[in-house]
Design a protein around this ligand. Structure first.
Ligand code: C2E
Ligand code: MG
Ligand code: MG
Ligand code: MG
Length: 276
């Protein structure tokens, strides 16, 4: 009896596995189709320079217009794209599209592109970045590549060499989501980042939580000492903006400055510059 119960439970488990695997396989097929059917597009989130009080950059953020499911956010498909390696061609498309778009802007604002660890480990990345800038006619100095510490966590000497070559091209390298990982500080020593993007979890309660305020102050100070710029992500209120401005942060990004926008709206924002 116990034996048959066990077998029943196992069969149930198997069926559940089957549906999960089937859904995964379906998503994988859909992701492949998405590339050829041009179902991806980029939104551009503005970044405010706290020196000049003008928009001096945009971060490119990918969206997937699923034929049935509406707009799918990157959190829901980037992990599978990484597992299957599809992130390499998808990431190349993002780079080319973002560079092409930025080359047409009215000001030389920077364009930030997120790189997956899988992309950084893929052999052709440096050539892809060079080619994306060349064919778009974009000065590589205007391209900022955002990586998270997971790139360095799983990385080898080859990873550091890739980052060095990207810098040699003229591109800037940012450390994204700083402060959320396990050993962020040691990574600042392993590579000369141009910018530290302080994760939005720290700014959320900056005006009410003394600890968050102290952490942000310390990271901005750290950036200054290491000659790395600092950006605070997730700025949603005027109080938060005033706070990080007073701390000497270089740049702010978040819904207060602007939501991620379609390309034309981002372009219009630069064409009619006004202090925020
Ligand atoms: P991220 O690079 O840290 O991008 C910032 C995320 O925070 C974006 O989410 C943005 O919409 C959101 N955000 C910005 N300001 C605020 C705010 O004031 N409040 C709140 N609550 N959220 C804010 P999104 O677009 O859903 O992207 C999520 C993540 O997906 C990104 O985090 C990035 O890691 C990844 N991602 C996006 N586009 C790409 C891409 O083209 N390639 C790769 N490899 N990853 C991407
Ligand atoms: Mg980012
Ligand atoms: Mg981030
Ligand atoms: Mg984030």
């Amino acid at each position: 009896r116990a034996k048959s119960d066990g077998r029943g439970a196992y069969r149930f488990f198997e069926e559940e596995m089957d549906t999960r695997m089937q859904r995964r396989r379906l998503l994988e097929v859909e992701l492949r189709t998405a590339m050829t059917m041009r179902q991806f597009h980029l939104l551009y989130q503005p970044q405010l320079s706290l020196d000049s009080e003008t928009i001096n950059g945009f971060e490119a953020l990918i969206r997937w217009r699923h034929p049935q499911g509406g707009i799918v956010s990157p959190a829901d498909f980037i992990p599978l794209a990484e597992e299957t390696g599809l992130i390499v061609p998808i990431g190349e498309w993002v780079l080319r599209e973002a560079c092409r778009e930025a080359a047409g802007w009215a000001t030389p604002a920077t364009i930030s592109v997120n790189l997956s660890p899988v992309q950084v480990r893929s052999p052709g990345l440096v050539e892809v970045v060079r080619s994306a800038c060349m064919s778009a006619g974009l000065d590589p100095k205007r391209l900022e590549l955002e990586i998270t510490e997971s790139v360095l966590l799983t990385g080898s000497d080859a990873t550091l060499e890739t980052l060095r070559q990207l810098k040699a091209l003229g591109a800037r390298i940012s450390m994204d989501d700083f402060g959320t990982g396990y050993s962020s500080l040691s990574y600042l020593r392993s590579f000369p980042f141009d910018k530290i993007k302080i994760d939005r979890s720290f700014v959320g309660d900056i005006t009410s939580n003394g600890d968050s305020a102290a952490i942000i102050r310390a990271i901005i100070g750290l950036g200054r000492s290491l000659r790395m710029e600092t950006t605070v992500e997730g700025v949603e209120t005027a109080e938060q903006l005033a706070h990080i401005r007073a701390e000497g942060c270089d740049q702010a990004q978040g819904y207060l400055i602007g939501r991620p926008l379609p390309a034309e709206a981002a372009q219009a924002m630069l064409a009619q510059p006004r202090a925020a």
